[in-house]
Design a protein around this ligand. Sequence first.
Ligand code: NAD
Length: 353
Amino acid sequence: MDLFQMRDFDAHEQVVFGYDAASGLRAIIAIHSSALGPAAGGCRMWPYAAVEDAIADALRLSRGMTYKNAMAELPFGGGKAVIIGDVREKTPQRMAAFGRLVDSLAGRYITAEDVGTTTTDMEQVARVTSFVSGLPRDSVYAGGDPGPKTALGVFLGLKAAVRFRLGRSSLEGLSIAVQGLGGVGYPLCRLLASEGASLKVADSRPGAAERVCRELGAQEVPAAFILAQEVDVLAPCALGAVLDARSIPALRARVIAGAANNQLARDADGEALMRAGILYAPDYVINAGGIISVAHEYRGGATAAQVKAEIEKIPGRLTEIFERARREGRPTSAVADEMARERVAQGPHRKVA
Ligand code: NAD
């Protein structure tokens, strides 16, 4: 395997492999770009079938973080860590070994939680390095679990997409399918239900959908059928690459607005969505609420109210992308990528309008 020839390699600045025999840690940290500041992005724990899959994920996710941080106007570059393994194998020792790996990069990479890791894990990491965020906080200051903040940003962004594509200012009576009911999907469902949306939900984890049905009156759909539901909006909140040449022709939603990172399997899938008349809210723009919280926590001094005000800028950014995409007849994903690359090229001293 030649890392530099991999499809997902995109001039990444650094890729670090970490192994700790005592705890069983096998981890990869990818730093895509530090042009706008130290690389920030979460740590995913996942039982990858092959090391190549873990590397590809780290490469893809870290590039996504460069774009996400740039679009959220944060003074951070893009990085991501993956720990290879099942979450049931997680131990404080393994998280501490991961923390030492992060520390060895001397601040070039700042970690936080992602799929498979929690605030408790980040507390373990924080015992050995200061280059970590997403730690428990009281309600006044920025910080804590980023999931609910991501959910808030997705909720506000979803409403902006609905306004743009469906001309509706309320979600009352709209049908919304939510794939994945974890740290983001579950609080998102609560917000959607509070506005009167009718929910169809699926999760591969036993009991997760049942809870949302019981608490919010949602309808459970088998996980294999959630993407193709006849709904107004589809919110992918599980894993990436769910929108591809096989799933797109079967979609029945008019808007896609969800939290999952890297929802498009390939760039060409953005074009396919546009041709199908589906408005796609670029993932790294709509799901930036968590990193906005994590970044403010890391820099220190910001209140939860200030973080909320920053998250409330997400719908405006999306609308700008939607309008430019319509004007230029291009996919929203391509427009967002272009805007993100422009911001990175301008460097950290770009004037924010
Ligand atoms: P999570 O692990 O808490 O939840 C994901 C859920 O999806 C789990 O309940 C899992 O069982 C379910 N799932 C997995 N595969 C599925 C499938 N095929 N069908 C149905 N359900 C499936 O993760 P999370 O923190 O909620 O994050 C969800 C997505 O949002 C991820 O792609 C993540 O990278 C992205 N994201 C999360 C944050 C955050 O703040 N947590 C921020 C930005 C982006």
